[in-house]
Design a protein around this ligand. Structure first.
Ligand SMILES: [Fe+2]
Ligand SMILES: [Fe+2]
Length: 240
């Protein structure tokens, strides 16, 4: 999306979660004052619009580089990207969503029993994902990075304790399936993220965040299952 100072902030916020985060971090209101131009909203928040515009452009360039580059880019760049964009996002959103769901349950839990179930499911996927990402960051990704360095002649190849990269990949893929299943259950319990008629703003926002969480998980898992892992397996076979 092309942004300029006249673009409405709600359009920017809808364009992608990275853009929304930029507005949020800068304290630019995109909800209640969503119809305002970026210029006006920035004036109100007392931040220079040019600075925000530059951040938004950078963010959309990043988003547009798309997945095709990950089929070629060095694997260390891809693991870095997954850490930064996806693991970073998951760690960031968990406390926020937990807080929102607790608030919604307190207010609407008696009338909308599904909230309690969604909160439980989200708690489960949040805990699983935190452990999962830690394993990737401490074991699998460093191994893949080392494999790549060795393949390009920078550093010796140390045989891993898990014998072949296929072993941790296999467990990570099983964990992806489990997380995907929990998210599917959240989708079903939330009526495909459609908040009820009487839902307050927090209720609606929680469903929007949950939907975003699902989208992000899908992309995250796709990058690992379909690009990173097969490339790592190939690299290992070539090194052997
Ligand atoms: Fe991951
Ligand atoms: Fe993963």
């Amino acid at each position: 999306m092309n942004f300029n100072a006249e673009t409405r902030v709600n359009e920017i916020a809808l364009s992608d979660p990275g853009a929304r985060r930029i507005l949020e971090d800068a304290g630019v209101d995109y909800c209640c004052g969503g119809g305002k131009s970026l210029h006006d909203a920035c004036m109100r928040a007392n931040v220079p619009a040019e600075v925000i515009l530059e951040q938004l452009r950078k963010n959309s360039r990043k988003a547009e580089t798309g997945e095709s580059r990950w089929k070629q880019a060095p694997l260390a760049e891809l693991t870095g990207h997954i850490r930064e964009r996806h693991h970073g996002y998951v760690r960031d959103v968990i406390p926020r969503l937990r807080g929102m769901l607790a608030k919604v349950r307190e207010k609407h839990g008696t009338k909308h029993r599904e909230i309690e179930e969604i909160e439980r499911l989200f708690g489960e996927v949040a805990r699983d994902m935190q452990m999962h990402m830690q394993k990737e960051e401490q074991i699998l990704f460093p191994f893949i990075d080392a494999l790549e360095r060795a393949a390009s002649g920078q550093g010796a190849f140390e045989p891993p304790f898990f014998q072949t990269v296929r072993n941790p990949i296999y467990s990570m893929m099983k964990e992806h399936d489990a997380a995907g299943e929990l998210v599917r259950q959240i989708r079903a319990a939330s009526n495909t993220y459609h908040a009820p008629e009487d839902a307050c703003a927090t209720f609606q926002a929680a469903y929007q965040e949950l939907e975003q969480f699902e989208k992000d998980l899908h992309l995250h898992v796709h990058l690992e299952n379909n690009i990173l892992f097969p490339r790592a397996v190939e690299l290992e076979a070539a090194a052997a």
